[in-house]
Design a protein around this ligand. Structure first.
Ligand SMILES: [Zn+2]
Length: 506
């Protein structure tokens, strides 16, 4: 039985105001549609005689990232030159870190499908600069845009603790989520702000040494990370089974064929001739600086999952939704606090029975996840959940939504009326009480009015009435349905059932 051993190398651009070693704007912060080669200067164009200066904000952000990923932070560190020649690298070398990374020895716990958790150790995260961007044209020419040249870039390397494509995908997804929570990178894989490389080797369970290492590059989505690993695991296992030797090489991913292909083998591997960057002083990171950054860390996804479980008692799937869609989670929490305020105000008490408390919270979560989402999905002008919820805030405020849930929880409106009210709230940007009174959607609280409606229903449906009296229980449900329809959903179903029973048995 063959087993895959996988390590990841993940690059992500830092969201700083300026580039790593000069004061040019960092395009990671701006739209990518900007004209090429406008954010450049002699430093990031690699002109001779220019000197780099370390970007303090970029160092703060990598420390923040390292702390969130349980890394140790180096007190003394330095930059090194990684020498290689490529048109997108104007200096002929990249300023990177070789043997003294800023962050080292961390880990990230990822949640698996079955609810178990798996720890992936992080070897290091170091700071470097991005290269320029090449555009290869169909006519054989290549254009280079230097806007990206020298944008601060972090590189994270894991220990070979990963064994399946799914684990690798979950690690990369959780990392992306953390980077977003920290606001250190937009980490959009499609835009190349986050890039994954996979190192994979195959051996048998009882092999003491790891198999030959194959590198997979240019993976531009989480799905391709997972699929390329599954493909390579299968390809290499089959080769070994057939007695073939695995070649140490770099492979790319072909999205159309859903297969990896050989790009270059070990003989073409670069010799980078690393040496300490002579133009930059060694960097000392003080304990005070680290402590200050530690204090600025926000609540992280795993902490939020724990808190949502304890505080709101929600199911796993709903929690995951609110953690992943951070803005929606914020909306939910604000709405809950409004809802509780409405309830306390109405009941003139600060004590809410725990059963009622969790029921109301669950109701609030459900209305966001189902009803609200379906309204948003049907709006053709909105794309993507995050855009949707920032837009939503301007249409339905958490205050109005909290009140809306209170009205349902306290049986002021039926669930049928609730659907109408919610849609009108969205369309008209008004609070629910206003809509209920404007549209005449007040529930029927007057028993005699309800009796009148039910008597009419009975007159109109003689057959179901006879059937019910002959013992057919189904007819009762039918008559309730008719009553709800006749009241346009404004009758309280329990009250209606009471009165209907009374009238039928009279
Ligand atoms: Zn510059």
């Amino acid at each position: 039985m063959y087993k895959a051993t996988i390590g990841l190398e993940i690059h992500f651009e830092s969201k700083t105001n300026s580039k790593m070693f000069c004061s040019c704007p960092n395009e990671e912060n701006n739209s990518l549609d900007e004209a090429p080669n406008i954010n450049t200067c002699p430093v990031c164009m690699g002109h001779p005689g220019t000197l780099p200066v370390i970007n303090r904000e970029a160092i703060d952000k990598i420390i923040k990232t390292g702390l969130a990923l349980n890394c140790k932070i180096a007190e003394h560190t330095k930059f090194d030159r990684k020498n290689y020649f490529y048109p997108d690298l104007p200096k002929g070398y990249q300023i990177s870190q070789f043997d003294m990374p800023i962050c080292y020895g961390g880990f990230l716990d990822i949640a698996m499908e079955d609810g178990s958790s798996k720890r992936i150790r992080i070897t290091r995260i170091h700071m470097e600069e991005d290269t320029a961007k090449s555009y290869h044209n169909n006519n054989g020419t290549t254009l280079i845009d230097f806007n990206r040249s020298s944008v601060p870039l972090m590189e994270l390397v894991t220990e070979p603790d990963i064994h399946t494509g799914e684990e690798a995908r979950r690690f990369a997804q959780e990392l992306q989520l953390i980077l977003k929570y920290l606001d250190v990178s937009n980490a959009d894989m499609e835009k190349g702000q986050m890039r994954c490389e996979v190192n994979i080797s195959i051996n048998t369970e009882d092999d003491e040494e790891l198999g030959t290492k194959v590198e997979i590059k240019n993976l531009n989505s989480f799905k391709t990370v997972e699929k390329s690993i599954e493909y390579e695991t299968k390809r290499q296992s089959e080769a070994l089974r057939n007695g073939e030797k695995i070649i140490q090489e770099t492979r790319g991913w072909d999205d159309n064929k859903e297969a990896t292909f050989s790009q270059r083998n070990k003989e073409d591997a670069h010799e980078y001739r690393y040496f300490p960057e002579p133009d930059l002083p060694p960097l000392t990171i003080t304990q005070e600086r680290i402590e200050k950054i530690k204090c600025s860390l926000p609540e992280l996804p795993n902490q939020k999952r724990d808190r949502f479980r304890k505080e709101y008692n929600l199911d796993q799937k709903t929690i995951e939704f609110f953690v992943r869609e951070k803005e929606v989670g914020v909306f939910f929490e604000k709405a809950v606090s409004e809802l509780l305020a409405w309830y306390k105000e109405a009941k003139k008490t600060d004590d809410i029975d725990p059963g009622k408390y969790f029921d109301m919270i669950k109701l609030c979560a459900n209305y966001i996840v189902t009803d609200l989402q379906s309204i948003l999905k049907n709006d053709p002008e909105l794309k993507g959940i995050e855009e949707v919820f920032s837009f939503l805030n301007s249409k339905i405020t958490p205050e109005n939504f909290g009140e809306f849930i209170y009205l349902i929880a306290d049986e002021k409106i039926t669930s049928k009326i609730a659907k109408i009210v919610l849609l009108k709230m969205y369309e008209q940007n008004k609070d629910p009480s206003q809509i209920i009174s404007d549209e005449g959607l007040m529930p029927i609280t007057d028993d005699s009015e309800l009796e009148k409606i039910i008597s009419q229903v009975l007159t109109n449906n003689p057959k179901p009435v006879t059937d019910y009296k002959a013992g057919k229980q189904n007819s009762f449900a039918f008559l309730i349905g008719q009553t709800m329809a006749a009241s346009k959903g404004k009758a309280n179903p329990q009250k209606a059932a009471e009165i209907l029973k009374k009238l039928l048995e009279a």
